[in-house]
Design a protein around this ligand. Structure first.
Ligand code: FES
Ligand code: FES
Length: 178
């Protein structure tokens, strides 16, 4: 059935009846968004190309580096492996939405304080992953931090400072949650 020929709500089929675009409604950084997109588009490309949120980085584009990490309903996900169309109704947080009340998130502050980056390409993914790791209660030791951050690769080798930053943020959490 062609376009305008009584297609299901939220679906724009092509002239062969194959869904060419689907409607996606979700929240990104607390803002409700509605998009029409090809059902094959990844969440990563939707964020970067359609919503202009280029803070989420495309490294390997195949689930191996962690550069594209964002939070979906508070849990870390690799946005290059997730189809945007599966995010209907979900709450997505990217690095652009992490700060609170106009200031940086405590993990962002700890990364700066510990000089936990060099080129910075991996940093948004590292920070989102660290935020989730803290929420998961997995910052009990340096070994645990290393294990649960192992999906986030840093080509510059800033690992010791990344671990130090997460330890600092975990300490801040214990003393005075922000
Ligand atoms: Fe997604 Fe590398 S870009 S894991
Ligand atoms: Fe350059 Fe991590 S700071 S890849």
């Amino acid at each position: 059935m062609g376009c305008g020929g009584g297609s299901a709500p939220g679906v724009h089929p092509d002239d062969r009846g194959v869904p060419a675009e689907v409607r996606l409604r979700l929240r990104v950084n607390g803002v409700p968004r509605e998009l029409w997109l090809d059902p094959r588009v990844t969440l990563l490309d939707a964020l970067r190309e359609r919503l202009g949120l280029s803070g989420t980085k495309k490294g390997c584009d195949q689930g191996a580096c962690g550069a594209c990490t964002v939070l979906a309903d508070g849990r870390r996900v690799l946005s290059c492996l997730m189809l945007a169309a599966t995010c209907e109704g979900r709450d997505i947080t990217t690095i652009e939405g992490l700060g609170q009340d106009g200031g940086l998130h405590r993990v962002q502050r700890a990364f700066i304080a510990c000089d936990a980056f060099q080129c910075g390409f991996c940093t948004p993914g590292q920070i989102l992953s660290a935020v989730a790791l803290l929420a998961e209660g997995r910052a009990g030791s340096d070994d645990q931090i290393r294990e649960f951050m192992s999906g986030n690769i840093c080509r510059c080798g800033a690992y010791p400072n990344i671990v130090a930053a997460i330890r600092m943020a975990a300490g801040d959490l214990g003393r005075a949650p922000v």
